[in-house]
Write a protein that binds this ligand. Sequence first.
Ligand code: SIN
Length: 270
Amino acid sequence: MYRHIQVSPCTARIGAEISGVDLTAALGPEQVEEIRRALLQFGVIFFRDQPMGHEDHMRFGRCFGELIVHPGAPGIEGFPLIVAIHGDANSTYVAGEQWHSDLSCNAEPPMGSILYLHTVPPVGGDTLWADMYSAYEALPERMKAYLDGLTAQHDANHVYHALYHDYDKAYPRNDHPVVITHPESGRKALFFNPQYVSHFNGVSDAESRMLYDFLTAHCADARFQVRFRWRPHSVAFWDNRCTHHLAIWDYYPQTRSGFRVTLKGERPTF
Ligand code: SIN
């Protein structure tokens, strides 16, 4: 099935480690096609021992689409498309400590993100991903019928206002279906984001809160998850349309550091 890369699945549902590629050099079209196929098949794919510079990181990302500027995290100096992901002894916050998919608040949420870490703590700092196809498929039929056609508001304002105290600034806020059809695989996935969803449309506040709590717990079921233990110069590439992720900050005061790029997506559809 794969002739130009090696693919080793991490769990029965989600995640695979890819080897036989050098992300510090230009990839051939066959490798790009197989990496895209592995991403679609496994939701998140991992690479080891890839000491990428910023240009390598962007070149790799651009094999899969256009890179976008993050509306809530400034790019690093000279590289507006690259955001720093960093935690150390001086940090009071690190990104991604709540289950989420990236920037579902955008009108066109990203198709994927690519995170490269050059420095990791001796232990800890793992990231978890959860498979939202499995989360959808595991729902009772009555709940699937209830969610069919429902939309939720994905609002970034509370997230970034709490972080930056810039209450006058408007961050993206958009409605999206709660169940989407993945544009490439054609499979149905839950598209719910505990970090950004402020409410479900067309239901009472009480019902919206109940649904939020139910879906938050449901999506965090360990059966849907893969947990990745980073090493220096590891790379994770995930599909934001069908996965959630969670970064664990259990390594204070150690340093964990790297960079992320984000790939343009399209408006989700039922
Ligand atoms: C994020 O993109 O949410 C950060 C993930 C991580 O630091 O592992």
